[in-house]
Design a protein around this ligand. Structure first.
Ligand SMILES: [Zn+2]
Length: 308
């Protein structure tokens, strides 16, 4: 028999092999954010938050060919040609190649679990939304969002929505939707496009998000949602410059999103998205996302932390 406290545990999908050990040594200091899955997992433990840890099987190299050109997949696997292997702008290494099948499989595992149980889940992946069909892009080797949707469609025929709340645009996701004819079963609502076109800030951003998400949910199209709950929309993020939201507004964003998806009765899997302010800021924002999800679904009453 399952106790109430068991039901209140958010399921977290993290594999220790998804993180490159000593990434800064291998790739350089600026790649600190690649340690984020491990750092966040440790922080969840340290905070004593009520979660259940799940590991999962890595992707096979054949899985990447679901949404990427086989020649590109082979280039990443072997490191040759090096220009193509490094088209995601991360220096190629055997350590990176060993981690990629684990780093990219957690969104699929989290979404499949959410679909089969109806419970919200959290993947420790960034969601590599810049990876295109023929090449990687901007720190994204393979697009784990499109691959997850492709596998889910093959497994269950379900249609999904990627709710991409990263500061940056989900251009790779759209490229693959087009290249792999996924439009019939995958929508990409990338707030980055709207933000950069309309330059909406703070409350206006949240109102626009509500409007666009509501339209998607009311359309009846998505049967599950992958929510890329990025940290780089933070107003002090150095990469984003003038991000649209304060720390409080990012927590509000998460509450809005979870509230609407819960009301629609659709399963949701969270992934993390970008964030370049500092590892501590990333952790604080993602812990708040975890708390928002737990609060909305399980009435846990967690208080958010807004002090850096
Ligand atoms: Zn970003």
């Amino acid at each position: 028999m399952i106790s109430m406290s068991e039901l209140k545990k958010l399921k977290v999908f993290y594999h220790p092999l998804s993180v490159v050990a000593n990434i800064q040594k291998v790739a350089g200091e600026k790649y600190f954010f690649m340690e984020k899955p491990r750092a966040l997992f440790k922080a969840l433990q340290k905070e004593g938050l009520n979660f259940e840890h799940h590991t999962y099987k890595p992707f096979t190299w054949k899985d990447f060919e679901l949404c990427h050109e086989p020649g590109y997949v082979e280039a990443v696997r072997t490191g040759t040609p090096i220009e193509l292997a490094e088209s995601c702008a991360i220096p190629w290494s055997e350590e990176l190649v060993a981690a990629i099948p684990y780093a990219t499989a957690s969104i699929h595992a989290a979404a499949a679990y959410a679909i089969s149980t109806g419970e919200p889940t959290m993947s420790m992946s960034t969601g590599f939304h810049h990876a295109k069909y023929f090449m990687g892009g901007s720190l994204c080797p393979f697009n784990d969002l499109n691959i997850a949707a492709e596998k889910i469609h093959k497994e269950s025929g379900l249609k999904g929505l990627i709710l991409d709340c990263d500061y940056h645009i989900g251009n790779g996701t759209d490229d693959i939707i087009s290249a792999c004819n996924q439009a019939e079963y995958l929508h990409n609502l990338s707030m980055g496009y709207l933000f950069s076109r309309l330059y909406v800030m703070h409350n206006e951003y949240l109102l626009l998000l509500k409007e666009k998400l509501s339209k998607e949910l009311k359309s009846g199209f998505p049967q599950y949602v992958i929510y890329k709950a990025a940290a780089d929309v933070f107003e002090r993020d150095p990469m984003a410059r003038n991000g649209p939201l304060s720390l409080k507004e990012i927590a509000k964003r998460d509450e809005i999103v979870f509230g609407m998806i819960k009301e629609a009765g659709i399963p949701v899997a969270i992934c993390l998205g970008g964030g370049y302010h500092s590892i501590e800021t990333n952790i604080l924002i993602h812990l708040n996302t975890f708390k928002a999800c737990s609060n909305v679904y399980f009435n846990t009453g967690h208080t958010y932390n807004f002090s850096l």
